[in-house]
Design a protein around this ligand. Structure first.
Ligand SMILES: *Cc1c(COP(=O)(O)O)cnc(C)c1O
Length: 383
């Protein structure tokens, strides 16, 4: 079964009780048993709920994995993955992971004795140099946020497996439509389904997919024992979002590519970050492991911080907002918004300065988005 067919049909057979064509929102906490211990597969909705089961099946199918597990948020899914580790274990993590992931590693897991070393995961040499005998996990995000750096998933998997560590890939930005890390040797894929998977900025959720039976069992045990599960309605919203993932990602990618092209060479622009541009330093690698380049574009304006603020003030269609991956276009200033908690000197070293703007390009009509860009760029010429 191909991608969109799977997105629409896997785990979503007509309801056996009523014939409902669409998976119902089983808004129930408990399930009636005919005799003690005799039930139809569900007992209590933290342990399992049919709407969530449908979502878990389709997520696994889309990532090309055997087991899917859904969570209340992306960070809840990440916590479940990190529960595989024990005090004394070490993680090599990309330095440009999602800010909340860095906070989770530094502020929650570090005090529990699970340490992390952050490296430029665009360089496998840097990853390798950070691996120590206690390293049990490599954690990368590709493309990364906000500079759209690319990690070689196959190469990172080889490094992880040489040292008996697991490779975890956060596939939120690419989505399984554009990139399937398990195919390149990753052990676990994590998602914030809040973003492209849900796709309509109306739900917070997370997911894990793996083909390793033992890992899946351990994470499923944690999912039930710790309890950060998505409710039936949230599961249903993500399930509905996934049905159009392919259509949306094609449109996000083509709009983003056109906007990146528009920004390149404009006198108001200093640099453009988009893996689909042939000038991106890892364009060939991105082309090898992705089917298209996604909807995220970052741009550094030539006029510095004042130009960036003028630009954001002038945008009409792009909302000034955190988050990403919805059908509507968003713009943000990472240094003051998503990455404000990163120490200033570290931001400077990584190039996340006051002139850097991150765009989550939506699926509106391209001409309208280009007009909005044009007006906003014009405004920066007068600061
Ligand atoms: C948003 C995001 C997360 C965290 O997910 P939540 O659903 O907000 O908990 C993790 N990774 C990436 C890449 C994200 O964009």
């Amino acid at each position: 079964m191909r991608f969109s067919t799977a997105a629409i049909h896997v785990g979503q057979e007509p309801d056996t009780a009523t014939g409902a064509t669409i998976v119902p929102i089983y808004q129930t906490s408990t399930f009636t048993q005919s005799m003690p211990g005799e039930h139809l597969g569900y007992e209590y909705s933290r342990s399992g709920n049919p709407t969530r089961t449908a979502l878990e099946k389709v997520l696994a199918a889309l990532e090309g994995g055997e087991h899917g597990l859904a969570f209340a948020s992306g960070l809840a899914a990440e916590t479940a993955v990190l529960s595989l580790l024990r005090p004394g274990d070490h993680i090599v993590a990309a330095e440009d992971l999602y800010g909340g992931t860095i906070r989770l590693l530094r502020r929650i897991f570090e005090p529990l004795g699970i340490s992390s070393t952050f490296v430029d995961a665009g360089s496998l040499d840097a990853v390798e140099a950070a691996i120590s005998p206690s390293t049990r996990m490599l954690w990368v995000e590709t493309p990364s946020n906000p500079l759209l750096n690319i990690t070689d998933i196959r190469g990172a998997a080889a490094l992880a497996h040489e040292t008996d560590a697991l490779l975890v890939v956060d596939n939120t930005f690419a989505t399984p439509y554009l990139q399937r890390p398990l195919e390149f040797g990753a052990d676990i894929v994590v998602h914030s389904t809040t973003k492209y998977a849900g796709g309509h900025s109306d739900v917070v959720g997370g997911a894990i997919v793996t083909s390793d039976e033992t890992l899946a069992e351990r994470i499923a045990f944690y999912q039930n024992a710790a309890g950060a599960v998505p409710g039936p309605f949230d599961s249903w919203l993500v399930l509905r979002g996934l049905k159009t993932l392919a259509l949306r990602m094609r449109m996000h990618s083509s709009n983003a590519a056109a906007i990146a092209e528009r920004l390149v060479g404009d006198p108001a622009v200093d640099s453009v970050y988009y893996p689909g541009l042939t000038t991106h330093p890892a364009h060939d690698l991105a082309a090898a492991q992705m089917d298209a380049f996604g909807g995220m574009v970052s741009v550094r304006l030539a006029g510095g911080g004042p130009a960036a603020r003028a630009f954001l003030g002038e945008l009409k269609l792009f909302s000034l907002a955190e988050s990403l991956g919805g059908v509507e276009s968003l713009a943000s200033l990472p240094a003051a918004m998503t990455h404000a908690s990163v120490p200033e000197e570290e931001r400077a070293r990584r190039g996340i300065d006051d002139a850097l703007i991150r765009l989550s390009v939506g699926i509106e009509d391209l001409e309208d988005l280009l007009d909005d860009m044009g007006h906003a760029l014009e405004a920066t010429r007068h600061v």
